[in-house]
Write a protein that binds this ligand. Sequence first.
Ligand code: ATP
Length: 369
Amino acid sequence: MAEVTIAGLTKRFGDSIALHPTDLVVEDGEFLVLVGPSGCGKSTLLRMIAGLEAPSAGRVSIGGLDVTDAAPSERGVAMVFQSYALYPQMTVAQNIAFPLTVAGVPKREIADRVAAVAAMLDLAPLLDRRPRALSGGQRQRVSIARAVVRRPRVLLLDEPLSNLDTTLRARMRHEFARLHQQLGSTMIYVTHDQLEAMTLANRIVVMSEGRVEQIGAPLDVYRRPASLAVAAAIGSPGMNLLPVTIVACDADGAVVQLPGGTAVRTTARVPADAIGGPATFGIRPEHLSPAEDGAFAGAVELLERLGPLSFAHLGAQGAVGTIVAQLPGDRAVTLGETLRFAVPATDTHLFRPDGRVYPLILPPSSPVR
Ligand SMILES: Nc1ncnc2c1ncn2[C@@H]1O[C@H](COP(=O)(O)OP(=O)(O)OP(=O)(O)O)[C@@H](O)[C@H]1O
């Protein structure tokens, strides 16, 4: 078993707090992704699990054993970093074998294990090469092979793809998904790339300013962000955000006034004392549906054609940045043209002034789309 449990884990650097007290249970065999903006504490949390950083408070257990005071080598974990420090004078096979050689594993077993890992990561034809004769993606695969050859109970990955180009990143994302299926080991993966988080994770942990903001399955977090910080971290292009005034709330939810004066319905439940007050209204680009008589209008300032779909950037009064609407790829659009969109109440989000989301009113029978 390699469940990872952290309890009250905290890290201070002098007067600043990199990680506020945090509790988290990573299930055995789970692929957990820590995501969030630069400086939010992802690497610090990972390094404390690895034993590379000592916590200021709190405990770390792996497989039911408290390892808080154990050396990194005694934890049964392996870590893959963004920069893959391979030994230049060694061949690929020797690089992969290195941790086993150091541990005194018999030569015959080393050869078998290196061959098995090389086959898993498509490195077999490259075993006799030196690192300088490899591409970036191949080098990163060697560093992953070197980590997994030890058969760690937990594999920790800190932005392992951030030095690679887009095509290689996509390919390596598939490799990680496959590797996880084959190894079945617990994986904790740090990234600031929400696409990696969405596609790889069993569960995402969204962090902001040294705190866990939300934990959940990728689609649940995408559909129901618990705060503005989560809405900003998950989704590309991001959620459209507009400052609004709450004008009413009835059994179906709150009605808000957009900066241009238009009233829009939401399914948010707000307390009576919030009526008349400010809030932040959110809607994702794919939920602004073109409609002649739609409540929301904006002039097209920029059009990004991606092929199957396009993103129209609209000038909109009071918006945080431009408003982005997703359109069919073949939709004819002229720059400067004003487009109108319906704003379906069930696809809206409403955030309190402190950034937390207002709860939603949904009839018990209605499925969460
Ligand atoms: N050794 C250190 N000494 C002082 N402050 C540190 C140290 N390491 C990290 N920090 C601070 O702790 C905070 C969290 O850093 P951390 O590296 O965990 O963030 P991150 O979310 O992994 O960011 P990134 O995506 O940029 O790697 C940051 O404010 C950082 O400046």
